[in-house]
Design a protein around this ligand. Structure first.
Ligand code: SAH
Ligand code: SF4
Ligand code: F3S
Length: 467
């Protein structure tokens, strides 16, 4: 069994100077990703670093020299999924000293060395803020034949690693990392560290490069993306300012962003969303609960009335805006009355979509030790009632779109069924039939579609003639 490495003998000296790196030429890698879009993009960045060193991706873990399992730890279920996948991957990984199994992402950061006990043949762990150290860490594992706990390494610099994105029309761009809020239930501040923004010029340059590669839409990512520029070197740009500058990139059709925090909302953001044709009218603004008592206990830092004021402004000023949210049920001390207030809030705000979750106590968060968490049965029952309401609202709203014309950005062309697949500005997926497949729309085109059918989950349409 390999020994755990505590920095000494590493591929980076304590002053942070990288030693010469071996090439990974001819090596293969496989990455499995769990969790949010930030994790998806982190995997793209790790793939970028590996490719730059000459390694190439494969689709099966059994074929890979380097296996990365990029984990999430937001709820207990996420941990369980990652651990079960690691159990499966251990069975199929290649034998031999050249084979490396690494656990990356938020669970790796939270558990640290404990991962080596939970999954005995893991060779390397690294957290989200250690991605830029991936290659020297791998180098250390192969050279020293030792297990390495990368979460103990000095933090790397903030340069942007390359990313290997799937070819397509739409791409993720991280503009901010970490979180300085302190919601009582949430592990993210401890797994992703303090909030910091990337320099605006780097983001602008990356967006321009993406457009030159054929991407037409970018989604800006951050834990609290609308807090961009509050901390770190954003080169002085605020979030609305960044959006304005990105809108000027010719060839870029659409800009999206997620997730926004109610306390980082501003009139300027609403103004730029209302006035820029490229900034899409979709705001994901998690409310979490409709009860002020629970919001306070969650340490969200706003009341329902403050949230309501933002919703009113957003809906009044941004034409056709869609508003989506996150909700937690069964938080510590949540009573039937608190839950009724959440249902009432959902009725009132009539969200265009909502992710709803049962509260999952997370180790080392303030709420972990709190008593009076509703029983699992009560929480499941509340979640079901909430999801039914959200679905009913979504169905009613989608139904209203039938007969209307909408613009979609074509992401895929399904030749077999003569269907163009894309999204509306509000982020709904549409499968649109094309009558004259001899001249189908190209991925990347903006086309007009008439909606012909709607269900809870999606929309069908027909490409409008002479579009
Ligand atoms: N920064 C974003 C949310 C990121 S986490 C925000 O504050 O809005 C994504 C969602 O996971 C949260 O909005 C919350 O609804 C949910 N979540 C986070 N921790 C959770 C926990 N311990 N149990 C259940 N859901 C949780
Ligand atoms: Fe977690 Fe709250 Fe930060 Fe969102 S704002 S990532 S819920 S601590
Ligand atoms: Fe999960 Fe980390 Fe994202 S905990 S939700 S992968 S920030």
């Amino acid at each position: 069994m390999k020994e755990t490495n505590h920095i000494t003998g590493s591929g980076v000296s304590l002053s942070g100077t990288p030693l010469p790196l071996p090439s990974l030429d001819g090596k293969t890698f496989y990455i499995k990703t769990f969790g949010c879009q930030m994790n998806v993009h982190d995997s793209e960045r790790m793939a970028g670093l590996l490719s730059e060193e000459g390694a190439r991706p494969v689709s099966e873990p059994g074929e890979a020299d380097i296996i990365l399992v990029n984990t999430c730890t937001i709820r207990d279920k996420a941990d369980q999924k990652a651990l079960s996948d690691l159990g499966r991957i251990r069975q199929v990984r290649k034998d031999g000293p050249e084979s490396v199994l690494a656990v990356t992402g938020c669970m790796a950061q939270r558990e640290g060395e404990e991962i080596f006990r939970l999954v005995p043949d893991v060779d390397l762990i690294l957290g989200p803020s250690q991605i830029r150290n991936l290659i020297p860490l791998l180098d250390t594992v192969s050279r020293d034949h030792q297990r390495v706990d990368g979460t103990l390494w000095p933090p790397p610099d903030m340069t942007t690693p390359p990313a290997l994105r799937p070819p397509g029309i739409t791409a993720f761009v991280t503009i901010q990392e970490g979180c300085d809020k302190s919601c009582a239930y949430c592990v993210v501040p401890s797994t992703r560290g303090a909030e910091r923004s990337r320099p605006a010029r780097d983001i602008f340059q990356e967006a321009e490069e993406l457009v030159s590669l054929g991407y037409r839409e970018i989604t800006l990512l951050g834990q609290n993306v609308n807090g961009y520029g509050h901390k770190g070197d954003s080169s002085g740009a605020s979030f609305p300012e960044l959006l304005r500058r990105l809108s000027e990139i010719s060839g870029l059709h659409r800009i999206r962003f997620t997730t926004s925090h109610p306390n980082d909302m501003s009139d300027e953001l609403i103004e730029v969303m209302a006035s820029s044709a490229k900034v899409m009218p979709h705001l994901h603004l998690p409310v979490q609960s409709g009860s002020d008592r629970i919001l306070e206990k969650m340490q969200r830092g706003y009341t329902l009335e403050t949230y309501r004021q933002w919703v009113t402004k957003v809906r009044k000023n941004i034409s056709g805006v869609s508003l989506t949210t996150d909700l937690i049920v069964g938080f510590c001390t949540e009573t039937e009355e608190d839950f009724r207030q959440t249902m009432e809030a959902v009725e009132e705000f009539c969200f265009d979509g909502a992710f709803s979750f049962i509260y999952s106590p997370r180790p080392s968060t303030p709420a972990h030790a709190w008593a009076d968490t509703p029983s699992r049965e009560v929480a499941v029952e509340r979640l079901e009632r909430l999801q039914k309401l959200v679905e009913k609202q979504a169905e009613a709203r989608n139904g209203k779109l039938v007969g209307q014309e909408v613009e979609i950005l074509v992401e895929k062309w399904d030749e077999e069924n003569s269907m163009a697949i894309g999204r509306t500005p509000q982020f709904q997926t549409v499968r649109a039939h094309v009558d004259a497949p001899s001249s189908p729309p190209f991925p990347g085109d903006l086309v007009q579609v008439r909606i012909t059918q709607a269900s809870r989950t999606g929309l069908r349409g027909r490409l409008s003639p002479n579009a």
